[in-house]
Design a binder for this molecule. Structure first.
Ligand SMILES: *[C@@H]1O[C@H](CO)[C@@H](O)[C@H](O)[C@H]1NC(C)=O
Ligand SMILES: *[C@@H]1O[C@H](CO)[C@@H](O)[C@H](O)[C@H]1NC(C)=O
Ligand SMILES: *[C@@H]1O[C@H](CO)[C@@H](O)[C@H](O)[C@H]1NC(C)=O
Length: 520
């Protein structure tokens, strides 16, 4: 008899061995820090676990202790976001969701081409001897990099640094019904009204149309141009997606049915609190009356927001009986009220952990929300772009935040929102509840992601977990064919009877009219 402990040892080693030293290629194309911070811990951990990792990213870790890690720096892509593509405008919460999708697709064509033209990357994908056991991509909205799975014959895992676009739900096979679920870019929540369902339905049909006739063919052409003509059509490749991770959770978006190969993760980028630099520590320690922290994130820079909004914000902040710490990236602020301190860079997670920080004025971006709630700080949201409006709609419902419309907010409204969030205890209590819920889970988010990634490596994909919904045509999913056939079966006989009846009447009429003619 083999002792149990030896058995466990053998099993564990076996499992570890199979997934040891996998060669992994990661492409994280979005050149924005709030996206990259979500992926950084994933590739770091994969590297630490002995995998040979090659990463294309605009935010390389550059950590010399990580051996077997190759980072290709895509920092040069940042100008696409700011210069070539006015992200703040095109992705505004006021733009129609379908316009945003079109724009983000366009941006992804641009990003993908610039990445595929990268000389260092070319050396890798043009070398017929390179092999990869797994491809990890930031799927976001553009499907182009799914093609890498085909050229290496390797499973593909997608990680989003946000919720999933409707097209990704189609790819992975999540049942998606427009009466309940729309898209991350709409603000509809919970039970939709008639008009919302109407919009949602047409948005759904538009998305099907757009992906099938425009997004996919264009993405396919780009993939083919660089990766060769031997790959299957991209529309087929995306259906092979082995696993999808989204950084969402049911407190921020409405829970939805999802296939076993889609997992919600979140808070990957959160770090344990570290001591603050001395000047921050002193400022916060000395602010016994409390501090309001202000930052609009890394995509919406405080220096780029509309002038009226900024001046109203400054005036409101000047009128509150608290100190203010503002992450402000430019030097153009003059005559600031005395209680405001601006800094170009702020160790945000550690500042939020300081007990004197009472509230956070922010843009409602996902990563900042996670940071605020993990430190039990209630927030005031001024949504500007992408999914931010959706977050605040949900948070207002559960009374964990106050929303501000940046278009028309007045000084008084701003001030009373800040006073309310700090002085009404329910906000902080609700934020605590959310944080408790988030922390109540069997594994840490990073452990979960790594476990499932290695699962995909161990089993060379997840075809055994594939839901038929991934390949079911939409008209079959909505039973359009069944309902049509049923209607046909019911109404055909009735219609035939009607025809017959009409014919009888007509011939009767003919006979009578003939009779009448004869009688005249
Ligand atoms: C790096 O990769 C080599 C070759 O696969 C392997 O032998 C070595 O253990 C790896 N080093 C670390 C620290 O993971
Ligand atoms: C701002 O605009 C929104 C929608 O356009 C409106 O609902 C709200 O009442 C306005 N607020 C103020 C203070 O005018
Ligand atoms: C993994 O699966 C793909 C397709 O399903 C296959 O072509 C490939 O040979 C498999 N790789 C290994 C190492 O089994």
């Amino acid at each position: 008899m083999i002792p149990i402990s030896l058995l466990i040892f053998i099993v564990v080693c076996g499992v570890v061995n199979i997934s040891q030293c996998a060669k992994i290629l990661c492409v994280f194309q979005m050149p924005s820090n709030s996206h990259q911070v979500v992926f950084q811990p994933v590739w770091r951990e994969l590297s630490l676990r002995g995998h040979q990792v090659t990463v294309l990213t605009s935010a390389p870790l550059k950590d010399p202790t990580l051996v077997n890690l190759t980072e290709i720096d895509l920092g040069y892509l940042r100008e696409i976001l700011t210069d070539k593509f006015n992200f703040i405008q095109t992705n505004s919460v006021r733009a129609w969701p379908h316009r945003k999708i079109e724009e983000v697709y366009k941006m992804n064509y641009l990003l993908a081409e610039r990445i595929l033209k990268n000389e260092q990357f070319k050396k890798i994908y043009q070398n017929p001897n390179t092999k990869f056991d797994l491809i990890i991509i930031q799927s976001y909205v553009g499907p182009i990099f799914h093609a890498l799975g085909e050229i290496y014959n390797a499973p593909v895992v997608a990680i989003n640094s946000m919720n999933a676009f409707i097209g990704q739900h189609f790819e992975i096979g999540n049942p998606h019904h427009p009466a309940v679920y729309t898209d991350m870019y709409t603000e509809y929540q919970g039970e939709l009204t008639f008009l919302e369902r109407w919009h949602s339905t047409f948005y759904y049909l538009w998305a099907r149309y757009f992906i099938y006739f425009e997004g996919m063919p264009k993405s396919d052409a780009i993939a083919r141009k660089y990766l060769g003509n031997d790959i299957p059509y991209l529309g087929e490749s995306v259906k092979k997606l082995s696993f999808l991770f989204t950084t969402t959770n049911p407190t921020l978006i409405v829970p939805r049915p999802q296939v076993p190969t889609h997992m919600e993760i979140g808070r990957l980028h959160l770090k344990p609190t570290k001591p603050l630099p001395k000047d921050y520590q002193d400022y916060l320690d000395n602010a016994k009356e409390g501090v309001v922290y202000v930052s609009l994130g890394s995509n919406v820079l405080s220096s780029m927001v509309p002038e009226k909004f900024r001046s109203n914000l400054i005036e409101a902040l000047g009128k509150i009986p608290y100190k203010v710490l503002w992450k402000y990236e430019a030097d153009n602020l003059k005559n600031l009220p005395k209680n405001i301190l601006t800094k170009k860079w702020v160790p945000q997670q550690d500042v939020l952990a300081h007990p004197n920080v009472k509230g956070f004025v922010m843009q409602c971006g996902l990563q900042s929300l996670e940071e605020a709630f993990s430190r039990n700080v209630p927030v005031i949201c001024c949504p500007f772009i992408s999914d931010q409006l959706m977050h605040i709609k949900r948070l207002e419902k559960i009374e964990a935040a106050i929303g501000i419309n940046p278009d028309n907010v007045s000084v008084d409204e701003f001030k009373s929102a800040i006073m309310e969030i700090i002085n009404n205890k329910k906000y902080k209590e609700n934020v605590k509840k959310i944080n408790d819920l988030w922390n109540d889970e069997p594994m840490k988010p990073l452990e979960k992601v790594i476990w499932w990634i290695e699962y995909v490596i161990r089993h060379n994909g997840t075809s055994h977990l594939k839901s038929p919904t991934a390949t079911l045509p939409w008209y079959q999913f909505f039973l359009v064919d069944v309902i049509s056939a049923t209607l046909l079966v019911f109404f055909m006989p009735i219609y035939l009877l009607y025809l017959l009846f009409n014919k009888c009447c007509a011939s009767n009429k003919k006979i009578t009219s003939k009779k009448q003619k004869k009688e005249q």
